[in-house]
Design a binder for this molecule. Structure first.
Ligand SMILES: *[C@@H]1O[C@H](CO)[C@@H](O)[C@H](O)[C@H]1NC(C)=O
Ligand SMILES: *[C@@H]1O[C@H](CO)[C@@H](O)[C@H](O)[C@H]1NC(C)=O
Ligand SMILES: *[C@@H]1O[C@H](CO)[C@@H](O)[C@H](O)[C@H]1NC(C)=O
Ligand SMILES: *[C@@H]1O[C@H](CO)[C@@H](O)[C@H](O)[C@H]1NC(C)=O
Ligand SMILES: *[C@@H]1O[C@H](CO)[C@@H](O)[C@H](O)[C@H]1NC(C)=O
Ligand SMILES: *[C@@H]1O[C@H](CO)[C@@H](O)[C@H](O)[C@H]1NC(C)=O
Ligand SMILES: *[C@@H]1O[C@H](CO)[C@@H](O)[C@H](O)[C@H]1NC(C)=O
Length: 705
């Protein structure tokens, strides 16, 4: 009895052990399958991390704890990847293609030391790769990531952030040096930015710096899986706090999900070419998985010291005298390099280091001269602020009138500036009495400066609307008609009389300057193009001013001479009526004039401030022609040549019937609603008068329908 009881205890404990195992093993197994594995690591220097970091090519972990990707030899490749794969895709259902890339975050501190005080070569990438090395990767512009055969192939499954230091070497693919780019399966960046960071002192103040400064630079990359967007920040690591505003903020990168595989290796690739730099990583942290992974902060003080920033050493002679000679030689060379480097930096600060393409341009002016002419761009010198930039008055001896107007523009990106300047070079040769002559240009850091004739009387906008008007009197009818004719003849010159067709793109009163004898001069022609070019190619950017934009611009975004004619028509109605083309969205000048015309009262559109002081025949002609130019169909608008013939009375203005301009479209209300599309974006910006550059992406136009 007693014994059987003991037996019973034994069997019971065995049974409970078996039960325990049966219950816990599947439970554990279950937990490991449902648990989403996260990866988190931090390398404060790479001492003792040889087994965690897989290096290839020129890459190695130095005894001092630095990870060196390449040395300064020419044409070498070096890669270093974290040895364990990182789970980057949530695939709880392998047959579904609808996978989400998991959030990840990484931060690293790097140093690029060029081989000489001039430019070093090529650059490095932070990469997601299916393999912990890059088979067959080439040096030079392939950055140790890809080669000329697989560049761009969608089977690569490679995503990289490139830090490129070489300019003008990639057959136009990446035209400016010192930039960062986002690369999807290709070395051709789908997205790129110059190397700048946003200063915390002012939300929009950009500071630029050089990647190959030889100083530690910090980079942060954060990808947010649920929204498929990424943030990226890069800034000098020393004595800077992390910029609050990322350089790239919440950029949608839906393509990442086609690139990332279930498990990826993370790491760095680097390469040199004919010119070379040493690329070092001082520390690296990474975190993935979970709701909001944040890579650990790398304190500069905890990292190994930065590599010494100096030019290549020559071979030393062991003999004492030879050593002294060599040392003093090196010292002299270093001093000379230091001297040249500081001279270079000084000139760089003044923006006088020219890129190759900038040199042979007769219209390029020196920044130094412009700086002096405008008292260092002092605020007292500001004579206008427009959608494209700020205008300063300058005194300069080389200009015929001794006075110039300097327009300072900060384009959204310097991409496309080179082509734009080629255009400026030819626009600089335009000469017409109704155009503001462009005297030249200058590029300085992120600013583009355009130099024009100085026109003292101000713009048509201020003459029409400013209260009290400078002259104290209402613009007389004769002057208004003269101004309208002058603008028409300036536009005719741009459209038809010069050697190539120039589309103005932004005809409006504030772009018409008035000389002391009331002769109008059209300014800012072609400038809108800079904004069209600077944009991403996958969106259509419409540039212009609300109220003056032809309806077809919303559909195809293509500026043409007919869209200029439309803007001219609005301007003409505005000159005659003294009313702005649109107010908060309920009033449309052209519609209003059209209604007056329909009720046979078109003459009521004339500016009431003129009283009876106008020529009725001319007023009717101008209003009729304004309507004609505002025709909804581009093809039905007259050319500028016809406009001038009508205005000179050489030909009669065609009759406009009551449903003029609307007969062709399905209904008038549809056109009205398309106009609302513009105006609502205008209302959002708050001010009709100051909102001048409108960007409408093709997608927003689609959704606006
Ligand atoms: C896949 O995993 C996610 C989160 O882990 C979960 O919300 C979802 O229901 C899972 N889907 C399937 C089909 O198991
Ligand atoms: C996995 O995804 C496929 C395709 O989306 C779907 O047909 C299937 O039902 C899913 N399986 C599970 C277990 O959710
Ligand atoms: C794919 O993902 C999107 C967004 O997460 C979701 O709206 C859609 O229903 C998913 N489709 C399938 C087939 O699971
Ligand atoms: C892309 O790579 C795959 C596999 O290496 C190859 O079969 C294919 O031909 C390549 N495609 C192109 C366009 O080069
Ligand atoms: C990206 O930056 C924005 C601020 O610009 C911030 O609101 C957002 O949370 C950031 N996203 C990630 C994934 O860090
Ligand atoms: C992104 O994906 C789309 C559709 O798969 C493709 O057409 C496009 O070329 C991709 N863009 C890049 C930069 O890879
Ligand atoms: C790395 O190790 C070397 C010796 O092995 C030592 O001299 C050096 O100080 C170490 N560096 C760091 C950052 O710990």
């Amino acid at each position: 009895m007693h014994q059987s009881l003991i037996m019973d205890d034994k069997t019971r404990s065995i049974i409970s052990l078996i039960l325990f195992l049966l219950l816990t093993i599947p439970a554990r197994a279950q937990r490991t399958t449902t648990e989403t594995p996260t990866t988190k690591f931090i390398f404060r220097g790479f001492n003792g991390s040889e087994s965690d970091i897989r290096t290839q090519g020129a890459a190695m972990i130095k005894p001092d704890g630095l990870l060196r990707l390449t040395d300064r030899n020419q044409n070498v490749v070096g890669t270093a990847f974290y040895n364990k794969p990182v789970r980057l895709l949530d695939t709880n259902n392998t047959s579904s293609t609808n996978n989400t890339v998991r959030s990840f975050s990484t931060s690293f501190v790097f140093v690029i030391i060029p081989s000489s005080s001039s430019n070093g070569g090529f650059g490095f990438t932070f990469a997601l790769s299916p393999t912990p090395y890059r088979p067959g990767a080439d040096p030079e512009q392939f950055l140790g990531l890809l080669n000329k055969d697989n560049d761009g192939n969608s089977t690569n499954h490679v995503f990289a952030v490139e830090f490129d230091t070489v300019q003008g070497f990639k057959d136009g693919a990446d035209s400016s040096g010192n930039h960062i780019g986002l690369n999807f399966n290709s070395l051709k960046s789908a997205y790129q930015e110059p190397v700048v960071y946003y200063d915390n002192d002012g939300p929009n103040r950009k500071e630029d710096f050089r990647l190959q400064s030889g100083e530690p630079i910090r980079a942060h990359l954060d990808y947010d899986g649920p929204t498929q967007t990424l943030n990226f920040t890069v800034y000098p690591a020393k004595s800077r706090s992390r910029p609050i505003r990322p350089l790239i903020s919440q950029l949608p990168v839906p393509n990442l999900s086609q690139i990332v595989q279930e498990e990826m290796y993370v790491g760095f690739t680097a390469a040199t070419g004919r010119e070379s730099s040493a690329h070092y990583v001082m520390g690296w942290s990474f975190s993935s998985g979970g709701d909001r992974p944040i890579a650990d902060t790398l304190e500069l003080s905890e990292l190994p010291p930065a590599p010494p920033n100096k030019a290549k050493k020559g071979g030393y002679n062991s003999q004492v005298i030879a050593l002294i000679v060599a040392l003093s030689g090196v010292t002299v060379i270093l001093l000379a390099l230091l001297f040249f480097f500081s001279m270079y930096k000084k000139r760089l600060q003044q923006g006088e280091i020219l890129e190759d393409w900038e040199i042979n341009h007769p219209h390029r002016l020196r920044y130094k001269d412009l700086f002096a002419a405008t008292d260092g761009f002092s605020e007292d010198r500001i004579i206008g602020t427009g959608g494209f930039g700020t205008v300063f008055r300058g005194n300069i001896a080389s200009s015929p009138s001794n006075q110039i107007a300097v327009k300072k523009i900060t384009p959204n990106s310097m991409q496309g500036v080179r082509e734009f300047i080629a255009e400026i070079e030819s626009l600089g040769r335009l000469r017409h009495k109704n155009l503001v002559n462009l005297q030249g240009w200058c590029k300085h850091k992120n600013d583009l400066l355009l130099i024009y004739d100085y026109i003292p009387n101000g713009s048509l906008d201020s003459l029409l609307y400013s209260v009290p008007r400078r002259s104290g009197a209402v613009l007389s009818w004769n002057v208004r008609f003269q101004i309208a004719k002058g603008i028409a003849s300036g536009l005719l010159y741009l459209h038809e009389e010069w050697e190539q067709i120039v589309i103005h793109r932004d005809v409006k009163p504030s772009n018409v300057l008035i000389e002391s004898d009331m002769n109008p001069r059209l300014g800012d022609f072609g400038l809108a193009r800079l904004y069209e070019r600077g944009s991403q190619s996958n969106t259509t950017v419409v540039v212009g001013t609300i109220g003056y934009m032809a309806p077809e611009l919303a559909r195809n975004g293509k500026s043409s001479s007919a869209s200029d004619v439309f803007a001219f028509g609005v301007l003409l109605l505005e000159i005659v009526s003294g009313r702005r083309p649109t107010d908060s969205g309920t009033f449309f000048l052209a519609d209003w004039v059209m209604e007056l015309h329909a009720s046979n009262e078109i003459i009521r559109a004339v500016d009431p401030r003129l009283g009876s002081g106008y020529d009725e025949r001319e007023a009717k002609l101008a209003l009729g022609m304004g309507l004609l130019c505002c025709h909804q169909r581009p093809a039905s608008r007259p050319s500028m040549r016809m406009v001038l013939r009508y205005m000179n009375g050489d030909e009669d203005v065609p009759q406009i019937d009551d449903n003029w301009g609307y007969s062709d479209s399905s209904s008038r209300s549809e056109i009205g609603s398309k106009f609302e599309g513009y105006v609502s974006s205008d209302r959002a910006s708050g001010s009709v008068a100051s909102f001048s550059v409108t960007r409408i992406s093709s997608s927003s136009v689609m959704s606006g329908r």
